[in-house]
Design a protein around this ligand. Sequence first.
Ligand code: ADP
Length: 649
Amino acid sequence: MSTPAQSAAPPPATESTSLAATLPPSRSLSPNPFLVMAFLLLISLIGFGGYRASEYQGMQILRTDAGHRLDLFAAAVDGIVNRYAHIPATIQLNEEVLGVMQRTRHPGSIVAANRFLQRLNEHIGSIAIFVVNERGIVIASSNWGDPDNSFVGEDLSFRSYFLDGLAGRSGHHFAIGITRGEPGYFVSHPIRSGNRVVGVAVIKISLGQLDKAWDLLGAPALIADGNGVVILTSVPEWRYTALTPLPLDTRVDIKLSRLYNDGPIGDFPVSVNPDPGPEGQIVHMNLRSSSPGVPAVRGRPDVAGSYLVHGRGLQDVGWRLLIFSDLRPVRAQAFGHGALAAVATGFVLLLLLVVAQRRRIVRQKLEAKELLEQANAQLESKVARRTRALTDTNARLRKEVAERQQAEQTLRAAQDELVQAAKLAVLGQLAAGITHELAQPLGAMRTLSGNAVEFMKRGNLATVEQNLGIIARLADQMGRIITPLKTFARKSPAIPAPADLAHAVGAALFLLDQRLAKAGISVDNRLEAGQHIAWCDQNRLEQVLINLIRNAGDAMAESPLKTLQIDAVQLPDGSLELAIADSGCGLPADGALFEPFFTTKPAGEGLGLGLAISRDIVREFGGDLRAENRPEGGARFILNLPAAPKESP
Ligand code: ADP
């Protein structure tokens, strides 16, 4: 059965369990993979967007810059080419020249015409100035004096500028000279005599100055003539290549007019649109790093890269000027900007993440604090409730303890009363024997005192004195009979003290002496004084012994052999064992001997309380009482008692 205190005790696990249940689960701080993916995707997108925006802007700047450079270069080309374009028209104004063409002058005039052309050429600094008759033969030329290079006598009837001039219009185009293979820009004009074209005046202008102007562009560039063939370029290997495959009729024309002195026309390294439009065209190709405008890379002759091609027409001459702007710096810068944008985005996102995380942690802490406070308040109210319950239980327990103590006291008093009653019952049973014991000396005292009176009357005082002496002895004898009875009947509390077993047995036997003698029982008391000192109350022990000896006497009433044997031993554990053995009928077979009110004796003789009270008395001293049958017949009752401490007297 559980006590109220046990049932009211708080289950220790419940508080912590309920507290844990109310607290929010701690959220994991490990990053969400989807969030990380989205994070990386956003960074990549912004990085890519930054790259594209920067690239676009860089290309815009590149376009504007290329446009300016092209304009500048076009102006330079225009200056060089057009500076002398009007010269052929003025040659017919010279009379020697005109006369030579009209064949109206004598041969000496040719020399004069040659000299004029030579002076003119030297004056303006062109490559050559010459005149051609209507059959295409050079009649006079500025370089007439140089036999190796003189054009005089050359047949130039295949040249376009001649045919244009013969047709009465001005002609001009790039061509490679057939005498020395020197490239130049030819401008022609018809020489008229009246309305008739009698010849063609031609000037060959050097384009060498343009080679010095490539640096103005700061990037690889080229000039393609009307056929799409590169005639001038800052990249030597591009020279005399066709930007786009040449159609057959163009090839035939080129062949006929020997524009490029029958040299091979190669293909441009990549396909380039001669008119790439305002947006330009992006091409990928290798360029020799020694070319102007191409960044040098150590240890690498070729630089592969992307180039933005812009073009511009040179209206007067019908050429196209193309510039190849390197896209690598733009892309490198765009890459830098993209990376910067990505890093900045990453930083901002991280910052936002950290702020969000911090706010979440603070919120969680606040929630946890709030919950903790709630849990604490709950706990406190529970503790208060439990404390109240415990206080109530405590008070109830104290009351119960007091009641139990009271009950115990009452029980003890009742037990004492019972013991006393049992004692008195024994005394009652002993009364007949005692009365008999006292009757005899009393009768003798009566007779002796009567005699003493008679002897006193007779004056026999000696006999009176003798009688009085006997009476005094008899009174002492009666006193000795009564004193143990008084001691036994005394109502005393059970206080343990050293008690000699031999004394206790002697006192019990004395009280039962008459009864035992009358029953013809021989007593074999083997106890010796001072041998076995038990720790108990002697008076109570005597009561137990009287019970046991009296029962033994009763059991031997019908036995032919009536022997009572009393012995004591000390056990190895130090306790004492006192055995009272009889030769009686033995213990009843089904008897619960020590149960109260168990008796086999006839009504009026036994109450069945003796053994029950005796065992209680012995147990109160920390001992025990048990019974057994003896093998030779009869019963043995064994009293186990604690021995008195050694130091006790
Ligand atoms: P009572 O003597 O009033 O019967 P007890 O409690 O003293 O009560 O004894 C209970 C019973 O135990 C007795 O009636 C008897 O049957 C049995 N008994 C006690 N002592 C002995 C003994 N020495 N030998 C045989 N039986 C005994």
